[in-house]
Design a protein around this ligand. Structure first.
Ligand code: ADP
Ligand code: MG
Length: 197
């Protein structure tokens, strides 16, 4: 009896927000291009994980999302696959242009992956600008807070256009991360999988 209730708890899925798109069961349900489906297959992903089933359709609908699920649950693909769709929907970049003008690379650049400290340095040096960034992911939000990056996160977010899509993923949701999420996300859908602290 005890074991069953523990098991159910471990599968707990909670979704809150207005007009939330329904979860999907397969990657085919996502309407991905054949090219993207091939890449998913090649990666060896046969079916979406629980957080992916819940979060993919919401992120793909353009909504802001707070995704909370434990380490190893597959959060990355929940924001990277829609990121690729988002990029494919944009007009093609001119050379040396990008949502982010990454001068150091001497070419346009569609995705920047950075720690907050490094990104701030690059912005200060004017090595890149965020003027055309439209899709922002704060991954490992709890870890970034633990490392004292809150001021840097606020500064970066303040430099990105307010009509962006913002996603926040975390293994845990301490109060101060919750507070930041409320400030920087717009009408977010919150997806929690499992028992998280
Ligand atoms: P998290 O960010 O939640 O800690 P990751 O996104 O790093 O988790 O994923 C953990 C592992 O699971 C990675 O090796 C990833 O390639 C794999 N993975 C993710 N989604 C799937 C899937 N749908 N099917 C099989 N493996 C997956
Ligand atoms: Mg992760």
């Amino acid at each position: 009896e005890q074991d069953i209730s523990e098991y159910r708890k471990s599968l707990a899925i909670r979704v809150s927000g207005f007009d939330v798109p329904r979860p999907i069961n397969t990657f085919e349900d996502c309407g991905f291009s054949q090219q993207l489906m091939n890449a998913i297959k090649k990666q060896g992903y046969e079916k979406p994980t629980t957080i992916q089933c819940q979060a993919l359709p919401i992120v793909l609908s353009g909504r802001d999302v707070i995704g909370i699920a434990k380490t190893g649950s597959g959060k990355t693909a929940a924001f990277v696959l829609p990121m690729i769709v988002h990029i494919m929907d944009q007009p093609e970049l001119e050379k040396e242009e990008g949502p982010i003008g990454f001068k150091e690379l001497k070419a346009g650049c569609e995705i920047v992956v950075a720690t907050p400290g490094r990104l701030i340095d690059m912005l200060k040096m004017k090595a890149l600008t965020m003027s055309r960034a439209t899709y922002l992911v704060l991954d490992e939000a709890d870890r970034m807070f633990d490392l004292g990056f809150e001021p840097q996160i606020r500064s970066i977010v303040g430099q990105i256009r307010p009509d962006r899509q913002t996603l926040l993923f975390s293994a845990t949701m301490p109060h101060r991360v919750e507070k930041l999420a409320r400030e920087i996300l717009t009408d977010p859908v919150r997806v929690t999988v499992g028992e998280v602290g």
